[in-house]
Ligand binder design. Structure first.
Ligand SMILES: Nc1ncnc2c1ncn2[C@@H]1O[C@H](COP(=O)(O)OP(=O)(O)OP(=O)(O)O)[C@@H](O)[C@H]1O
Length: 610
């Protein structure tokens, strides 16, 4: 994905067409009605002006009421149409906007769920683009459809009134058209600058939102108060906001100058036309009806012309933002997935990392520098290493959130890149170091571990039991249906302030473990610091349970508390991006290297505390 500050004009019709197609798919009936109303809104003013001339000329010529009844009724009908159209149009617009918004957002989030890895989501450019796509995706396509039809309406009206002017004086018509050209060009220039400005300040907008979120978020509230960070964050938020506003004000100034100039040109054309018409009428070359038609036509050309420019401007601007939406929706896959992936199948031999090199980006330092590691089926491998050694990174490669920069990860000899990532992930149960605490009920918080068990209370309770959290959840005000948040409640709980409950850090960790236990029939279990927040008794109990659970299963365990992993089949020490030591606890202690030193350090710490 490359940085985008403007969109070639040739891409704009494609965007308009894409938006109309979304509209036609989302609400075909509403769109058809909208087209009809648009055509009526474009034709009616021209027809009304022409009929009015007939009526005025008829009156001036002293024609009787009988001759004028039909044009009068026609005029009344056109007036009715002109009166009703805005309300109908507003109604249809609202319906179309909502229908198109749902479909467009659905497509955007479908595209997001097609993203296989997480690397692309970490790029600031992606985050900016996503924010703009979310902004434009909700109402952008609907507005584009509205702009397109609005432009059609203005074009119908403009061509009608230009035709009228041409019939009265071709020079006037030419002059009116000539004034529209520079207006369009100027507007496009303004739009491009506006889109560039929006892209430029998008980082500011993101930072502003981040500080605003920090100022009000529950998770930041403790540190914010203790460390007195409110003033700092508010200042930074305001700084970003003010800088963004300054850019916006410069653009507003440009817009004011250009638009005033265009309005002046248009008024001069209109005034000139009127002076000419009055002279012609005084000389008897134009009738009173002609004058009324000319006044209507000059006004009509002005309003249709500026309507066309406005619509074009709005369409151009929306298309520029919609470009971010389409770039994301039509993006190539972030990680290559073969069209016909091989089946991963149940793990039989094991997982192997061969000479794996990895860094998070070409400009980032190497995290892994040639890791060779075998995780045989049925064995437990413990990963050990200092902070930042690359343990969690290795886990992310096992889940194929990233591809190795060099080397390969294989599942029973088949490269993960040849397999369907969804199938591989379905065969893995994992508790991440930074697991999610969903603002859902307790049952759902465990159930998301295996959607097929979401409504199976027995399985949920069994998993919670194994994680040692069943009793605590059962004792909540609404048992497993209690919301684990005080931010919002289920509809049924709305009246009851008692039902939103907050868990402690350790309790949350148990819920996350229960989520993984729900996936206990998986081929590989990965636990990244699963007991870091537990009290010693709970940790002991849990590791005993885990040992039982791991028997005969393939697991990868990460823990800084070396006592909890000493019975792993193999302990692998990562350092400087490579496997520095490997072996059983006894072997590594006998080798008396880094692991033994760390183990003794921890053991001495406990002994000293006694
Ligand atoms: N998403 C990321 N983008 C860029 N760098 C990252 C990212 N995640 C981790 N890193 C870097 O990769 C290195 C390894 O991080 P990793 O989280 O794998 O270490 P770890 O061994 O799990 O550490 P810990 O024991 O602290 O959990 C660190 O230097 C970290 O800064």
């Amino acid at each position: 994905m490359t940085g985008s500050t403007s969109v070639p004009v040739r891409r704009i019709p494609g965007h308009l067409w894409a938006a109309v197609r979304i509209g036609a798919g989302a609400a075909p009936g509403v769109l058809a009605g909208y087209v009809l109303v648009t055509v009526a809104a474009g034709v009616a003013p021209v027809a009304a002006a022409a009929v009015l001339r007939t009526v005025i000329d008829g009156l001036a010529a002293g024609r009787g009421i009988a001759a004028l009844t039909v044009p009068a009724v026609l005029l009344a009908c056109l007036g009715l149409i002109l009166g009703v159209v805005p309300a109908v149009r507003g109604h249809l617009y609202g319906r179309m906007l909502r229908a198109v918004g749902v479909r467009a957002m659905d497509r955007l989030y479908q595209a997001m769920s097609r993203i296989v890895g997480i690397g692309v989501m970490e790029s600031p450019e992606f985050r900016d683009r996503l924010r703009m796509a979310q902004q434009s995706g909700r109402s952008g396509p609907g507005q584009l459809v509205d702009d397109t039809l609005g432009a059609v309406e203005s074009a119908i009206m403009l061509s009608g009134f230009v035709g009228v002017l041409a019939a009265l004086n071709p020079w006037l018509a030419l002059l009116a058209l000539a004034a529209a050209g520079p207006a369009l060009a100027a507007q496009m220039w303004l739009n491009r600058r506006n889109a560039r400005m929006l892209w430029r300040i998008s980082g500011r907008a993101r930072r502003e939102a981040h500080y605003a979120e920090l100022l009000t978020s529950l998770s930041a509230a403790k540190e914010l108060r203790m460390l007195g960070l409110g003033e700092l964050f508010r200042g930074r938020m305001l700084r970003e906001m003010t800088a963004g506003n300054r850019e916006q004000a410069r653009q507003d100034g440009r817009e004011l100058a250009v638009r005033s100039l265009l309005a002046a040109v248009s008024a001069i054309v209109a005034g000139g036309g009127l002076i000419w018409a009055i002279h012609q009428a005084a000389a008897g070359r134009l009738s009173i009806g002609d004058i009324s038609l000319l006044v209507a036509a000059v006004g009509g050309v002005q309003s249709a012309g500026s309507g066309l420019v406005d619509r074009f401007a709005s369409a151009h601007e929306n298309a520029l933002l919609f470009d971010h939406y389409r770039t994301l929706v039509d993006a190539e896959p972030d990680l290559p997935v073969p069209p016909h992936p091989l089946p991963a199948g149940p793990l039989q031999r094991g997982i192997e990392l061969r000479d794996v090199w990895f860094r998070y980006g070409p400009d980032k330092p190497w995290v892994l520098q040639g890791v060779d590691l075998t995780i045989p089926h049925g064995s437990t491998i413990a990963l050990v290493g200092l902070n930042g050694a690359g343990k969690s990174t290795l886990v992310k490669l096992l889940c194929r959130f990233y591809d190795p920069t060099r080397g390969s990860v294989t599942w029973d000899g088949r490269d993960l890149r040849e397999l369907d990532p969804a199938e591989v992930r379905d065969r893995i149960g994992v508790v991440f170091q930074d697991f999610m605490a969903y603002e859902f009920s307790a049952a759902e918080n465990i159930g998301v571990g295996d959607l097929s068990a979401m409504d199976d209370r027995e399985r949920l309770e069994a998993a919670a039991g194994r994680a040692g959290i069943h009793q605590a959840l059962a004792a909540l005000p609404n048992g497993y249906d209690t919301m684990l948040t005080n931010a919002w409640y289920d509809d049924a709980d709305r009246e009851n302030d008692e039902t939103g409950v907050l868990l402690s850090g350790g309790q949350w960790q148990r819920v996350a473990l229960a989520r993984a236990f729900l996936r206990d029939r998986r081929d590989l279990l990965i636990l990244d610091e699963p007991t870091a927040g537990l009290d010693p008794e709970a940790e002991y109990e849990l590791h005993r349970g885990l040992r039982r659970h791991r028997e005969g299963r393939t697991s990868v365990l990460i823990s800084h508390r070396l006592g909890t992993i000493r019975d792993a089949d193999e302990i692998v020490v990562l350092a400087d991006g490579v496997v520095r030591e490997r072996g059983s606890h006894d072997e590594l202690m006998a080798a008396d290297a880094g692991y033994a030193r760390l183990f003794r350090m921890q053991a001495d710490g406990y002994a000293a505390a006694e």
